[in-house]
Design a protein around this ligand. Structure first.
Ligand code: PGA
Length: 256
């Protein structure tokens, strides 16, 4: 990471874990381990936990994010949540295009792009996830896949808005598998993403955007991953559900 150039962000992605009362209990453990953080700390939690989470972190340095949002303001979209609903609850960030949404729920680059634009228009900060499948890496098309996702997911997003986005590089083969990309692999793709952003926008914009790594990041490997110039933080699943582990990752980002 390079804190002189951009914000370091450690974000937990709780996925479909924790009821509201469990969320409150976990956040009460996270707040003390995050209080001296030298980076931004976010907990992205299930929709039904959001109100409790916002209330619990009030007055602390922990921010709250949602795990998705719809692009329409309202309407016949059963099961979806609008940006206005998130704003009113007090949410600041929203994860978009997570590989689990793409894999299991038919999310496409087109819908990720629509959600990203809607989130930005509502004043939410999107954490846009990109990443290649194992098969794509084996076929040596990682860069093509990532370049395509960056172009499509950020289509029609201007430089000023792009700076409000966080990009999370999450190789799909490393998510929840215990297989972490090596620090060099993470750096290689995060640097490539920055190069693509510079091509799409300009160097100054690319240098300002936080690019996280995600995929089995934990207390043991965070320091090495975060030591890389272009890895500006982490989007953390499993390890974000254990306050001590999440705290150790925050410490690694604080020292990095
Ligand atoms: P993981 O998940 O840390 O459990 O691999 C990361 C993510 O899906 O964001």
């Amino acid at each position: 990471m390079n804190k002189a150039k951009r914000k370091a962000i450690i974000a937990g992605n709780w996925k479909m874990n924790k009821t509201p009362s469990e969320a409150k209990a976990l956040l009460e453990e996270i707040i003390p381990v995050a209080k001296d953080a030298g980076c931004e700390v976010i907990a992205c939690v299930p929709y039904v936990d959001l109100a409790t989470a916002v209330e619990t972190v009030k007055g602390t340095n922990v921010k709250v994010g949602a795990e998705n949002c719809h692009w329409a303001e309202s309407g016949a979209f059963t099961g979806e949540i609008s940006t206005g609903m998130l704003k009113e609850v007090g949410v600041e960030y929203v994860v978009l295009g997570h590989s689990e949404r793409r894999q299991y729920f038919g999310e496409t680059d087109e819908t990720v792009n629509k959600r990203t634009k809607a989130a930005l228009a509502a004043g939410l900060k999107p954490i846009v996830c990109v990443g290649e499948l194992l098969w794509e890496r084996e076929c040596d098309i990682t860069e093509e896949v990532i370049a395509r996702q960056i172009k499509l997911d950020l289509y029609d997003v201007n430089a000023e808005d792009a700076k409000k986005c966080v990009i999370a590089y999450e190789p799909v083969w490393a998510i929840g598998t215990g297989k972490t990309a090596t620090a060099d692999q993470a750096e290689e793709v995060c640097a490539f993403i920055r190069k693509e952003l510079a091509k799409k926008y300009d160097e100054e914009t690319a240098q300002a955007i936080t690019i996280q790594y995600g995929g089995s990041m934990n207390d043991a490997n965070a320091a090495e991953l975060l030591s890389k110039e272009n890895v500006d933080g982490g989007l953390i699943g499993g390890a974000s559900l254990v306050a001590a582990k999440f705290g150790a990752i925050i410490d690694a980002a604080t020292k990095g």
